[in-house]
Design a protein around this ligand. Structure first.
Ligand code: SAH
Ligand code: SF4
Ligand code: F3S
Length: 455
């Protein structure tokens, strides 16, 4: 029997073992890759017979899918676990913790020592074995299922997707880049690309199910390579041909691998979003070198220029870290300078967080907390001003919007996203959900647009 069949067997056995009406609650931290993993976790757990709840008090099983890219994720997990202690005693719930943080030895040790009531610890390479782990945990076994070697790619796991309109498709796992601040290569292992046919079949199936938008995921999507002569650009071109899918996004590309064939693929497609996420991290060549990013400030700006020249109407979003060790005022000003020059549509800003085991953690001149926060606030101020200015261009334009559902804040309104990824709300009938429609923007606000459907 192959591994997936073995797990299917455990799914059946678990379903026979548990009482009817069992519920599970899941907390997902971190990036879209983790969100996509959680969809697979939910798929497996629901086949085991559990139904989802967001109310901890009625849960029989609580799952955490963790992230460790910055320190605050740890605080969140341990805080929540503290809260669960009483619930564990009262309701005898099963607690399972998986994801990136579980790959870290010091976290495993802390859990063993201070949180002995955790039932299952599973890592990023053993996610597919959750049915087996759960089956054993139900029988009062304490499970630690974490391996250090790169996991194989398992196709055909059950999946319960969050959305009925847009879907994540992971195309590659792991990362080889070892940016000096980043823990991801240590907890996700080396790059492994999925077979192209598996990806194309998944996207075709999504199209058949009515999905309109897909986001291709990987830590470095543009180093995707499943065969010698099949790379990320080939994949984009093939996905572009799949009928039914109307919008294609991808996250995250690395500037060093943004080759001309990828630029051409975007240019030649009506479906691939012309808003490109291009992580900058720092605008200082000096810091970029210490970050091991393999490009300079000038090369980044050149790339932006080349993409704009070739494709025309493109927008950029980015990730930036402030307060990397040894970052001087001058280095930080280079970051502000790039932000001004590129005029990003959106910037995800992070304060540098020391990660055990990374090169940057061992660097001597760590930036003082106070300085980090002060720089962060200055960057935020600039970014918010740019976003406010940029938002004005939307008013009176017609945006092609994928209607995702009703608005959380006002269930009478519909919500969706523009091609550029902006949230837009508008009045309309719920039978528009899942469709692509034209919406005229009537006003702009910091984090969303308001519009009306064009009849
Ligand atoms: N592979 C992607 C995403 C990595 S994690 C990429 O290379 O773009 C998402 C973001 O978290 C990174 O882009 C980076 O900006 C931020 N990040 C990673 N490690 C960090 C750290 N130690 N401190 C603060 N931010 C960090
Ligand atoms: Fe981390 Fe760099 Fe890999 Fe992104 S490319 S996951 S920032 S090491
Ligand atoms: Fe976090 Fe793991 Fe993603 S560390 S950012 S959840 S790959």
């Amino acid at each position: 029997m192959n591994e997936i069949d073995i797990q299917k067997d455990y799914i059946n056995k678990t379903r026979d073992l548990i009482k009817k009406g069992q519920k599970y609650c899941i907390y997902t931290m971190g990036c879209s890759l983790n969100e996509n993993d959680s969809e697979k976790i939910c798929g497996m757990i629901e086949q085991c017979g559990y139904t989802k709840t967001s109310d901890l008090n009625e849960a029989n099983l609580v799952i955490f899918n963790t992230c460790c890219v910055r320190e605050n994720a740890e605080e969140k997990l341990f805080g929540k676990l503290g809260e669960l202690k009483e619930l564990k005693r009262k309701n005898n719930i099963i607690i399972a913790i998986g994801g990136c943080m579980m790959q870290e030895k010091h976290i495993q040790d802390k859990l063993n020592k201070s949180y002995p009531y955790v039932d299952i610890i599973f890592g990023t390479h053993t996610l597919h074995k959750l049915p087996e782990d759960l089956y054993n945990a139900i029988q009062n076994k304490k499970i630690k299922d974490v391996i250090d070697i790169d996991g194989e790619i398992y196709e055909g796991l059950p999946i319960k997707r969050e959305s009925l309109t847009k879907a994540y498709v992971t195309i590659m796992y792991g990362c080889n880049n070892f940016c000096s601040y980043c823990i991801v290569p240590y907890v996700r292992g080396r790059e492994r690309s999925r077979n192209k046919d598996d990806i194309l079949n998944e996207v075709k199936k999504l199209a058949d199910e009515g999905y309109k938008e897909i986001t291709l995921l990987g830590q470095n999507v543009n180093s995707y390579k499943c065969m010698e002569d099949y790379n990320f650009a080939n994949l984009l071109n093939d996905i572009d041909k799949i009928d039914g899918i109307e919008r294609i996004r991808f996250m995250s590309p690395h500037p060093k691998d943004f080759t001309d064939d990828v630029i051409d693929a975007i240019k030649n497609s009506n479906k691939i979003s012309k808003t490109i996420h291009l992580p900058l991290q720092s605008g200082s060549s000096n810091i970029l070198k210490k970050m091991n990013r393999k490009y300079t400030k000038e090369q980044y700006l050149e790339l932006v220029k080349k993409i704009k020249n070739k494709i025309g109407n493109v927008l950029f979003t980015t990730d930036i870290i402030v307060g990397f060790p040894e970052e001087t005022e001058k280095d930080f000003e280079d970051t502000l300078d790039v932000v001004k020059k590129v005029n990003f549509e959106q910037v995800f800003m992070f304060i540098y967080s020391r990660r055990k085991g990374t090169i940057a953690d061992k660097m001597e001149n760590q930036v003082e907390e106070k300085v980090k926060h002060e720089r962060f606030n200055r960057l935020k101020e600039l970014v918010e001003k740019q976003i406010a200015d940029n938002n004005k261009k939307y008013v009176n334009t017609i945006q092609y919007v994928l209607v995702e559902g009703t608005s959380k804040n006002n269930p009478k309104m519909l919500t969706g996203r523009t091609e550029s990824g902006k949230v837009i709300v508008f009045e309309g009938k719920t039978d528009n959900i899942g469709k692509m429609i034209n919406v005229k923007v009537i006003s702009e606000h910091m984090w969303y647009l308001k519009g009306e459907i064009i009849k």
